[in-house]
Write a protein that binds this ligand. Structure first.
Ligand code: FAD
Length: 398
């Protein structure tokens, strides 16, 4: 471990790994530190990613793909199932990863590109030079060290502390933290190539429940519900257990995890002097789906690209690094987050009855090509009593 690098990346998840790889490929000296003793474990993820999204960063390989999805289905609160074929489901189809292997693969690629990688190495506080973040104090296998860097990329996940230590308010409102629980269930009857999403206040209040196949008779069966709800003694695990008991009474759980997903707006500013915040730490998870693997990799890559430009010009001020903030906000990813935040806020306020109406209406529409606004128009045509509710949503998206 050197005392000084061009870029120090905190966190060995998808955001950090891609940031370190991109930095090294840009000719920078890069160091990635991960507090856990092993990259990728424990997994706190349902592991779903769209085909195009994955391929933008890495070629799919059986080593880290658990299952390939060709369709998706949504189950309304009244039990009606709307199927989306692969031609339609677009980004919804793709892969269920094996993140224990996938995350390692990404970090491996960063190491191959020339980045130094240290596990069991926790950032404990920032090194400040006046207002500039100039590195991190770390505990490296129990030993205290200081690593200085021109730019620090904080990719330390949803529980990110590093940015807060640097003075940035990263608080997520309780209602916008999805409290999640998930089993890997085996020996269950499923369609091994279709992801299924269950909606409704009885099943998953202000959230959804998912069945993501991991093989012929195994799946990630999990749930995310509003932290507001789980704070009142209605735990995500209780809803999940109820569902599993009804749906998969014979299933055998071989893994159980809990975790949080932020479904809030991204941080108002994702840079400071000498600091870039990427991935879950920047709250760039898709607020509608809770998906953050792609967004993590996207912002990780962008963070390193902007850092490289700033390092070559010797300017690491917040002003210079703001190019990163502006670039992801105006990207397709940033626009999707902004749009999906409004859709999420709309959906969580709907009664089960209205949710049923919408899903039944959508199922009747020929959805060959659609934008969100044209879909809203079609649903309203099919079901005029939703005009007021959907009108409000459409206005928020314009
Ligand atoms: C139950 C659940 C299901 C999900 N399902 C999906 C899904 O199906 N599809 C999808 O796209 N997304 C899903 N997500 C979200 C997805 O897991 C995250 O968005 C993604 O992992 C974000 O990547 P990241 O690199 O930003 O953060 P992380 O993957 O969380 O990586 C951050 C890393 O930083 C390390 N770290 C933290 N603090 C320090 C420190 N001080 N020093 C050193 N290292 C530190 C952590 O140990 C961690 O390894 C799910 C999340 C949950 C909880």
């Amino acid at each position: 471990m050197k005392n000084k690098y061009d870029v120090l990346v905190i966190g060995g998840g998808p955001a950090g790994a891609v940031a370190a790889k991109t930095a090294a490929e840009s000719g920078l000296s890069a160091c990635l530190i991960e507090k856990r003793p092993a990259i990728g474990a424990p997994v706190r993820c349902a592991e779903g990613i769209g085909r195009e999204a994955l391929c933008e960063f890495i070629d799919p390989h059986p080593r880290f793909i658990s299952a390939e999805m060709t369709g998706a289905a949504i189950v309304a609160p009244d039990g009606f199932m709307m199927k989306l074929a692969s031609s339609l489901a677009g980004n919804k189809v793709g892969f269920i990863l094996d993140r224990k292997v996938f995350d390692r693969e990404l970090v491996w690629k960063a190491a191959e590109a020339g980045a130094d990688v240290f596990v069991k190495t926790r950032a404990t506080s920032p090194v400040m030079e006046g207002p500039k973040v100039a590195g991190a104090n770390v505990e490296f296998c129990g030993e205290k060290r200081t690593i200085k860097a021109e730019v620090v990329i904080a990719a330390d996940g949803v529980e990110s502390k590093f940015s807060r230590w640097c003075g940035i308010d990263t608080t997520v409102p309780v209602r916008e933290i999805m409290s999640s629980a998930q089993y890997i269930l085996t020996d269950i009857d499923i369609d091994p190539h279709v992801t299924v999403f269950y909606l409704g206040n009885e099943v998953a209040p202000e959230g959804y429940l998912w069945v993501f196949p991991k093989g012929d008779r195994a799946a990630n069966v999990g749930i995310g519900i509003s932290g507001k709800k789980s704070g009142t003694g209605h735990r995500a695990k209780d809803y999940l257990d109820k569902f599993v008991k009804n749906q998969f009474p014979e299933g055998k759980a071989i893994e159980f995890i809990v975790g949080g997903v932020s479904v809030c707006q991204p941080l108002p500013c994702t840079v400071a002097d000498g600091l870039i915040i990427a991935g879950d730490a920047a709250r760039v998870v898709d607020p509608l789906t809770g998906g953050g693997i792609y967004n993590g990799m996207f912002t990780g890559r962008l963070a390193a690209e902007v850092a490289a430009g700033c390092i070559s010009s010797g300017n690491y001020t917040k002003q210079a690094l703001l190019a990163y903030d502006a670039a992801w906000r105006t990207s397709a990813m940033g626009k999707t987050i902004a749009r999906n935040y409004h859709i999420k806020e709309f959906l969580i306020r709907l009664s089960d009855e209205k949710l049923n109406d919408i899903i039944h209406s959508v199922a009747k529409i020929d959805l060959k090509e659609f934008s969100t606004l044209s879909l809203i128009k079609e649903i309203t045509k099919a079901n005029p009593k939703l005009l007021v509710d959907l009108g409000v949503l459409a206005a928020s998206l314009r």
